[in-house]
Write a protein that binds this ligand. Structure first.
Ligand code: DAH
Length: 343
């Protein structure tokens, strides 16, 4: 065993250059493999006597470490410089796209309605989903035990209380909150989620969405209401759209009406969507009952107003002809993806 053997390998190591991963692996085998030069020295070392062991132990170990360090260093160089191994990455390739998802049809309709009324000067108002009896019923002129309360099967949060907490059954409660907190003139649109204790079917759901509208000022008349609804209907369903009003009843409006729009599928001729009538019902409305104004501290001699309310799922159904309400709540990706282009 000679020191020159070690120095020779060290010199070879210093000269070592590798271009590819394969070059490095070949070099490693040449030095450290079973038949490698460093391995051969270790084999020889086992056979030498004690004196030589003392002399060569440390330099041999240092040699092995130097070889290992060099191999690691070369590997790092090849990894960070991909160009040395084949063509590497093509930077002109288009990137991977991330799916952005799509907006829910109910959100799309809500935004459209809000945008239309924003143009007419309406602000957006919101109120709590867990409400009290006062804001959902009493202040809206539903006296206790009035049969109209049965029109809307209610989920109670706390019963047996003079003013129980409940899940709001309509967004008309936000009318009351707006009248309480804002100064006349009031012009608000109130989108939100509502809850009714109903069995789930294609035509009914226990959760759905409404948009409420409220306009209060001096000299607001039924003609203003009619004009606002007509303009809205034409923005929403197209410039040819006609409306028709039918007398109806709501405790909080007097007079009250239900509004139909001309069927935009058959244009009045009669089809299965409008059930042959040429008309589609879209909302309820009326002049705010003086009792409702007074309950919220608004002078009904000086001011008048109109209100309206519509179901968003219903509008979405008319727009996209999806006639089973459950689709709007099940979040089936195949359904939601249909609206990707409506972003
Ligand atoms: N709150 C009614 C409902 O849930 C809808 C409604 C009708 C709202 C007439 C109104 C209105 O503001 O004037 O069925």
């Amino acid at each position: 065993m000679k020191h020159e053997d070690i120095e020779k390998i060290l010199a070879e190591l210093a000269e070592l250059k590798c271009k590819t991963g394969k070059d490095i692996e070949d070099a490693r085998v040449r030095f450290l493999g079973k038949k490698g030069s460093v391995t051969a020295l270790f084999d020889e070392f086992r056979t030498v006597d004690k004196e030589l062991k003392k002399e060569f132990g440390r330099p041999l170990n240092e040699l092995k470490q130097a070889v290992q360090a060099k191999i690691e260093e070369l590997k790092g160089g090849v990894e960070s410089d991909g160009a040395s191994e084949g063509p590497g990455q093509d930077l002109s390739m288009p990137g991977d796209s991330f799916g952005l998802g799509s907006r829910h049809p109910v959100s799309i309709v809500r935004q459209e309605i809000v945008e239309i009324f924003r143009k007419f000067g309406y602000d957006v108002a919101e109120g709590p989903e867990v409400e009290d009896d006062y804001h959902v019923f009493e202040a809206l002129n539903f006296p206790p035990n009035h049969p109209a309360r049965d029109m809307q099967d209610t989920f109670f949060v706390s019963a047996g209380h003079p003013n129980p907490l409940l899940l709001r059954t309509h967004t008309s409660s936000v009318q009351v909150r707006s009248m309480e907190s804002m100064k006349v003139p009031i012009r608000v649109i109130c989108p939100g989620r509502v809850f009714r204790n109903e069995a789930i079917s294609a035509r009914a759901h226990c959760i759905f969405h409404q948009v409420e509208g409220l306009y209060i000022d001096e000299n607001v008349t039924f003609a203003d209401l009619k004009q606002a609804i007509l303009l809205f209907a034409r923005e929403m369903f197209g410039p040819e759209t006609e409306i028709r009003m039918r007398p109806s009843y709501f405790p909080f409006t007097e007079p009250s009406a239900e509004v139909d729009v001309s069927c935009n599928i058959c244009h009045g001729k009669g089809c299965n969507i409008c059930k042959g009538t040429g008309w589609l019902e879209i909302l309820g409305c009326g002049m705010v009952d003086p009792n409702v104004l007074e309950a919220s501290g608004i002078d009904s001699k000086k001011y008048s107003g109109f209100a309206f309310g519509m179901g968003l799922e219903r509008i979405a159904m008319l727009k996209w002809r999806v006639n089973d309400l459950r689709h709007y709540f099940e979040n089936d990706m195949r359904f939601l993806k249909e609206f990707e282009t409506s972003l």
